[in-house]
Design a binder for this molecule. Structure first.
Ligand SMILES: [Zn+2]
Length: 253
C-alpha cells in the first residue's frame, strides 16, 4: 500500500473514526492545521494548539499515523488580542512536532487580515518555517494576488509556502510566484477528475482533504484520489509526488 501524506487536516475536528478510516486507506502522515472558528482571545488559540499537540497526537498515534502540527491565526478566527499570539509564535516554532505556520492567510482580504498575515509571514521567514496559506471561495484571483503580494513584500522563500485550495483559476498565479499548490480535493472545488485532466499543471502540488466540520468534507478524499488516478493510468511518479514526496519535502518530514 502507498504511504500517503494528507497535507492539511483540521485534526481537532476529526472524529476517531476519521483517523481510523484514513489509516485503513493508507494515510501515514498528517499535517494538522490550526483553525478555531470565531476565536476571541489569544488563550483560545493557545489551548487549541495545546490540544493538537497532546490529544490529537495521541489519537493519531493510536491509529498508527504520524501527526505533524502547524499553528497560527486563521483569518476566520482572529482574536482581539492577536498580537499576543504573534509574540508567542517563535517559541511554538521551536517545539518538537510543530513543522510550520498554518492555516493562515486571507479570507475576506480586509486590512486587519492583511496585517495579521504580514506579521505571521515575517516570523515564518525569520525561522525558515513552512507556511500553509488559505484561499477563499469568493474573489479568488483578487485575494490570491493580494496574498502573493504580501508574501513577496515579506520576502519569504516561495518554495516554503503552500497556497492552498488551488484550482484551475489560480494555479498559474501560484506557479509564477514559485509557491507550492495545495490540492484540496472536494466536490465543490478541485475534483479528482479535474486533477487527472490537468495533472501536469498540478504536479508540484500537495494533496489534502482540508477536513473540518464547516462544510461537507471527506477525511479519505486523498486516498480516494490516489486510487482514482491509479485506475485511470496517471503517471505513477506524479501520483507519488503529489500524495507524498512534495509534502515531505516542504515540511522536512
Ligand atoms: Zn483548512
Amino acid at each position: 500500500m502507498k504511504e500517503i501524506v494528507d497535507s492539511h487536516v483540521h485534526v481537532s475536528l476529526l472524529p476517531f473514526e476519521g483517523w481510523e478510516n484514513m489509516a485503513l486507506a493508507g494515510v501515514k502522515k498528517v499535517i494538522g492545521c490550526s483553525l478555531f472558528f470565531g476565536a476571541k482571545h489569544a488563550e483560545t488559540l493557545f489551548d487549541h494548539f495545546h490540544q493538537m499537540l497532546t490529544l490529537s497526537m495521541s489519537i493519531a498515534d493510536k491509529n498508527g499515523i504520524k501527526l505533524y502540527v502547524t499553528i497560527g491565526i486563521h483569518p476566520m478566527g482572529i482574536p482581539d488580542d492577536w498580537t499576543r499570539v504573534i509574540d508567542a509564535l517563535p517559541d511554538y516554532l521551536k517545539m518538537s512536532g510543530i513543522v510550520g505556520l498554518g492555516e493562515i492567510g486571507l479570507h475576506e482580504g480586509n486590512k486587519r487580515e492583511q496585517e495579521v498575515l504580514y506579521e505571521q509571514l515575517k516570523i515564518a521567514k525569520e525561522y525558515g518555517a513552512a507556511v500553509i496559506l488559505h484561499t477563499p471561495p469568493e474573489n479568488r484571483i483578487e485575494i490570491t494576488n493580494k496574498t502573493i503580494e504580501i508574501a513577496a513584500k515579506v520576502g519569504i522563500e516561495p518554495r516554503k509556502v503552500i497556497i492552498d485550495h488551488a484550482n484551475l483559476d489560480i494555479i498559474d498565479l501560484i506557479e509564477e510566484f514559485g509557491a507550492v499548490p495545495g490540492l484540496t480535493i472536494r466536490q465543490d472545488g478541485l475534483t479528482p477528475q479535474v486533477l487527472l485532466n490537468h495533472l501536469e499543471r498540478f504536479k508540484r502540488g500537495v494533496l489534502n482533504s482540508d477536513y473540518s466540520n464547516l462544510r461537507p468534507n471527506d477525511p479519505v478524499s486523498v486516498p480516494k484520489t490516489v486510487r482514482y488516478l491509479e485506475l485511470n493510468q496517471a503517471h505513477p511518479e506524479l501520483i507519488d509526488r503529489i500524495s507524498r514526496y512534495n509534502a515531505e519535502e516542504v515540511f522536512g518530514i
